[in-house]
Design a protein around this ligand. Sequence first.
Ligand SMILES: *[C@@H]1O[C@H](CO)[C@@H](O)[C@H](O)[C@H]1NC(C)=O
Ligand SMILES: *[C@@H]1O[C@H](CO)[C@@H](O)[C@H](O)[C@H]1NC(C)=O
Ligand SMILES: *[C@@H]1O[C@H](CO)[C@@H](O)[C@H](O)[C@H]1NC(C)=O
Ligand SMILES: *[C@@H]1O[C@H](CO)[C@@H](O)[C@H](O)[C@H]1NC(C)=O
Ligand SMILES: *[C@@H]1O[C@H](CO)[C@@H](O)[C@H](O)[C@H]1NC(C)=O
Ligand SMILES: [Cu+2]
Length: 248
Amino acid sequence: MRVSNIISLSAIGASSVLAQNNATGKLGDAAAITGNPIGKTAIATLPEQPFWKGSLNGNVQGSVVAKSGLNGEGVDYEISFSNLPQEGGPFIYHIHVAPVPEDGNCTGTLAHLDQYIRGEDPACDSSRPASCQQGDLSGKYGKIQSSEPFTAKFHDPYTSLKEGDGAYFGNRSVVFHFANKTRITCANFAVQGSNTTAPYPTGTGSPVKTSPAPTASPSIPVDNAGAVLNVLKNLAIAPVVAGFLVLL
Ligand SMILES: *[C@@H]1O[C@H](CO)[C@@H](O)[C@H](O)[C@H]1NC(C)=O
Ligand SMILES: *[C@@H]1O[C@H](CO)[C@@H](O)[C@H](O)[C@H]1NC(C)=O
Ligand SMILES: *[C@@H]1O[C@H](CO)[C@@H](O)[C@H](O)[C@H]1NC(C)=O
Ligand SMILES: *[C@@H]1O[C@H](CO)[C@@H](O)[C@H](O)[C@H]1NC(C)=O
Ligand SMILES: *[C@@H]1O[C@H](CO)[C@@H](O)[C@H](O)[C@H]1NC(C)=O
Ligand SMILES: [Cu+2]
């Protein structure tokens, strides 16, 4: 009796697991991206004015910073949002396929980056991120709860900073929504980093040989400070990425 109850309960458990969302794109699961230009960065910064015309105490503020992952594999994201709306959360955000038009109309960003033609429904199963729309960042890595400020760091294998890839998003946008999908605000990515070829530390063996530092030269553009900072930041998050890889 008891045993059969347990058996039928676990049968229910198993069948409900099987019945769960195993959606994938019409073209299959998203492929992991390699060959992203080392040091390349794209940043989307939310504008001063919201697109949504309802009652807000000023626009949501913040940015999505995206950098080529370690060894050019995938992309490391740093998300920060503040001045969140008082209601209507948890908020969601995505990479949309088209850029924001000149007039700032977030409807013009069209749908999510979804190269594998999955569609929005059923909702993304965050335990199977390759099966989700590539642009569904909050589906894969977490919605925005209403505590301020919201920050997140994650590694996404399925989006690209390599021009020519279908998954490339340096020419696309981010849209920030209410839970009911209404678009509050949106911003284009701007590509900041170039194809910096700073060597990554190998971790073992002899230290990476670097060419001698150039002697101070007045012709070095101020921009280089940014590039150096980016390299330092990349190095600083390397252990986090390694941690992710171990978990995967
Ligand atoms: C998920 O996969 C199982 C086993 O392959 C299948 O029986 C089920 O119909 C699928 N569910 C959906 C929603 O596609
Ligand atoms: C979506 O949610 C916001 C915030 O709660 C609300 O003001 C708006 O009317 C909702 N829009 C729709 C279409 O339900
Ligand atoms: C934004 O664009 C959509 C479709 O292109 C249009 O229907 C809508 O009226 C526009 N909204 C505003 C505020 O301009
Ligand atoms: C963005 O770039 C990708 C890859 O280079 C390209 O396939 C896509 O059509 C571009 N999208 C837009 C909106 O320009
Ligand atoms: C980066 O490298 C790619 C491919 O080698 C090239 O097409 C692109 O123009 C380069 N971008 C910059 C900003 O140098
Ligand atoms: Cu969206």
